[in-house]
Design a protein around this ligand. Structure first.
Ligand code: PMP
Length: 428
């Protein structure tokens, strides 16, 4: 087993001063009965801990690093930007350039507003949808995560149409009273909810490929039905593409499945590893936002020049279709290899992949919604995770996350990963 003595010391110290030792809960590794390694640096496909161990990294900062760690184009762009100042609180041409690139690649977005995180993007998108329609109710789907936004922080309810119960103390019932939680991929539930409440529904928000219960693709007809129902009732359709934007295809899941939402939320990749989020969509809806319209939303550091420089450099690198072909080819190799490794050790797993995001579910059954995801054997996943880490492979410390392949992952990386997985499946 790798020596992680220094990480252990840092972990003890971190727990004295930071809540749970971390600044975002999943990083605590508690779901896999382990403790995190502390990072010293990262380059390409690899991350190096402070004990000198190196790992092939499929966390990729939870999605943003589609070019791998420290790609020269992004590092140079940020270095040049920082020398000119870190923030001005005044407009810069770079913000317009990043916005123009987003609008070019994602045709459903006519106008965009930059914010600082995915959470801010979805929070603002819901506010605009409510302000624009003059309605309060929101439809969300069990197992979809949209950041820690009060009205969206609602657990899976049982039954077809469950009015939301907050899943965190500190979120008053009043905040989630207007949230309707439906099962993912359930066309009938969508129809029933709109038949009952359609005229009061401001928006439906969905991860068009779910990534926060593990990767769960939309079944044929699901996104179509959402589009049909929201259009029929003049509700706003929000695609939360914080994870899938510029990931599953350059134009996001909406390009892949050919469905046009009214508002899209973005984050992760568009910031190239710096804190950025964005929401954008139809001009008439976006013009409801201040300073043009009455819906208020603002940010001291929004459009920050360093973040914008990193985002622009990342999106420029994604301008060639070849990038996505390469990502698909590498991801396919990885999936095939993992399938072989699992069947060699007779491990019953179910694979789910859309482009360069994938999950190995520890269940033999098909995973298509939150309920079926919860049937996974998380204890076996935890063993798998720990064995992978010992084999030099870093995946997210939770069964309900995606693994991300970047352009920096080489064939050798993929081969090494498959080899480690053979042992890890046996250990599980
Ligand atoms: N939406 C989706 C689909 C996400 O995956 C995430 C983060 N994993 C968020 C929103 C929230 O983004 P952030 O963590 O940047 O606030």
């Amino acid at each position: 087993m790798a020596d992680r003595t220094r990480s252990k010391t840092c972990w003890d110290e971190a727990n004295r001063y930071l809540v749970g030792g971390v600044n975002s809960p999943v990083r605590a590794f508690s779901a896999v009965g382990s403790e995190p390694f502390f990072v010293m640096r990262a380059h390409g496909s690899r991350v190096y801990d402070i004990d000198g161990n190196s790992y092939i990294d499929y966390v990729c900062s939870w999605g943003p690093l589609i070019l791998g760690h420290a790609p020269p184009a992004v590092v140079n762009a940020v270095a040049q930007a920082v020398a000119k100042g870190t923030s001005y609180g005044m407009p810069t041409p770079g913000e317009t350039e990043l916005a123009r690139t987003i609008v070019e690649y994602v045709p459903s977005i006519e106008k965009v507003r930059l914010v600082n995180s995915g959470t801010e993007a979805t929070m603002s998108a819901v506010r605009v949808a409510r302000g624009f329609t003059g309605r309060n109710k929101i439809v969300k789907f069990a197992g979809c995560y949209h950041g820690h936004v009060d009205p969206l922080l609602v657990k899976a309810g049982s039954g077809a149409t469950t009015l939301g119960v907050p899943s965190s103390p500190g979120v008053p019932d009043g905040c989630t009273r207007d949230t309707i939680v439906l099962p993912y991929n359930d066309v009938e539930a969508v129809r029933a909810a709109f038949t009952q409440d359609g005229r009061e529904i401001a928006a439906a928000i969905v991860e068009p490929v779910a990534g926060n219960m593990g990767v769960v693709p939309p079944r044929s007809g699901f996104l179509e039905e959402l589009r049909t129902q929201t259009s029929a009732y003049d509700s706003v359709l929000i695609f939360d593409e914080v994870m899938t934007g510029f990931r599953v295809s350059r134009g996001g899941a909406q390009e892949l499945y050919g469905i046009t939402p009214d508002i899209t939320t973005l984050g992760k990749i568009i910031g190239g590893g710096l804190p950025v989020g964005a929401y954008g969509g139809k001009r008439e809806i976006m013009d409801a936002v201040a300073p043009i319209g009455p819906v208020y939303q603002a940010g001291t550091l929004s459009g920050n020049p360093l973040a914008v420089a990193a985002g622009k450099a990342t999106l420029e690198a994604l301008s060639s279709a070849k990038v996505y072909e390469k990502l698909e080819a590498r991801s396919f190799l990885l999936e095939e290899g993992l399938r072989r490794a699992a069947s060699k050790s007779r491990t019953e797993v179910s694979f789910s992949r859309v482009g360069s995001m994938m999950t190995v579910f520890f269940t033999s059954e098909d995973v298509f919604d939150y309920e079926s995801a919860l049937r996974c054997d998380t204890k076996r996943f935890a063993k798998f995770f720990r064995a992978m880490l010992d084999g030099g492979i870093s995946i997210a410390p939770s069964q309900f996350e995606a693994a991300f392949v970047s352009t920096a992952h080489s064939r050798r990386d993929i081969d090494a990963t498959i080899l480690a997985a053979e042992k890890a499946f046996q250990a599980a």
